[in-house]
Design a protein around this ligand. Sequence first.
Ligand code: VG1
Ligand code: CO
Length: 543
Amino acid sequence: MPIKTIETQPFPDQKPGTSGLRKRVAHYQQLHYVENYVQSIFDVLEGTDGQTLVMGGDGRFFNKEAIQTAMKIAAAHGFGRVIVGQNGLLSTPAASHLIRHNKAFGGLVFSASHNPGGPDGDFGIKYNISNGGPAPERITNAVFARSKEITSFRITEEPDVDLSSVGTQKLDDMTVEVVDPVADYADLMQTLFDFAALHGLFASGFRMKFDAMYAITGPYAKAILEGMLGAPEGTVINALPLPDFGGGHPDPNLVYAKDLFDELMAPDAPDFGAASDGDGDRNLIIGRNRFVTPSDSLALLAANAHHAPGYAKGITGIARSMPTSAAADRVAEKLGIEMHETPTGWKFFGNLLDAGRVTICGEESAGTGSDHVREKDGLWAVLLWLNILAARKQGVDEIVREHWKTYGRNYYTRHDYEEIETAKAEAVMEHLRTQLGELPGQNFGSLTVAAADDFSYLDPIDGSLAEHQGLRVIFADGSRIVVRLSGTGTVGATLRLYIERYVGPDGDHDVETQEALSELIGLTSELTNIHRLTGRDAPTVIT
Ligand code: VG1
Ligand code: CO
């Protein structure tokens, strides 16, 4: 079939955010919106002729249509092969693995992650490079620039590819390989974890609940936990991926996974609870009567990774996003390994992982991962936790408490103010930004400001500079307030306030989190003037 060149008008708003280009579905459904964006990505890549691309998404509404369009543009652009998950499905970490495993040129991930799906929900497209990780800003900036001047795209007129069964087909000269989305990923997990020990754990009566939130991790969790590890059927709940995630919000936090939380806090609770997000890269970890904050989870996984065969030799370093609590820093210090503080978003970890400078990375937003892929990985974190529980023969609560007794506890919370008018959100940022210079040295109650700045990051590997990555107020006792604007929302602006206080090994580790942070929370309101400037009297989400 002929390849057609079709004229188009540029869109002004195809600027990728923290993790790809996310917009309302209706926005993506505009004529040529997908075509323009995909063509703009391909236009800035060099040497794509005959190369392999991986494609797959979290199964949300519009996944099927967008993937067909992208394959047709890839064929017209001269790619030699597309590896695509059956029915267009791949979790984000599985996509990352397939890119690496097949030495692909890159990949397209169709997802808006934790954002709601369905016709009124969100959609997203993200380009990943050959290391399996999200494209760095050098590429995303070039894509945005290209999208503002694009005048045509090229597309084959072949009919849609049948993605319903595994096998190889042709789309013009391009080979399309439809693969089982789970198989290679499950193989990778077996190289990292002691599956025999995990099998033994479940055989001994260990009870677990995994909430897949009607999103992509369902098939992965079913196959691995119930299929390979012998967990009883029903361990994985809400396992069938639905285009609208069952009408829910596939964000595994205490608000949207409240039922799971309540179950784990009940008297007859299972031993372990976990959940993942829309595209399978986030994780929520709750032990019986013990919620583990993602920042603590990062520190705990780093401190205990050696219990899993894949990390038995130890880890080389840890990286965390700047707003993530400093709990992991104490582990790195004790292990005598490198610690890196990067801007928010997994794309900043790629260089450090590629260079072997760090093994484990994490973010306060429930993302943890390692050098096995170049994305955060929800199920990986769950399996590492299980491996640690099996090896240490202790419960989550006991392990967390011992950790605090050794390293101290970083009380931590995030307050989100969602969908605020952009101008108002910017006014809050500006209000705090103008005070940064005069804050150091000032006292507020028991707190003294040690430093205040607008975070910037100089990548130690490629020397690139990322500026304006969040406002920080750091206190003499290690407490911190961080304020930044979200880069994944699709409507208005979301302000995130991150609040942290450190209590040493001998301090009180049993205070309720909001209570432990109340002085800092009050001070954050004062310094940002958030209530008056936004007209909101409380956050939308507290995690
Ligand atoms: C949020 C999180 C960030 C995460 C990003 C993508 O970004 O804060 O830590 O990397 O989502 O995760 P932002 O800019 O809204 O704060 V996912 O699971 O949505 O791909
Ligand atoms: Co995600």
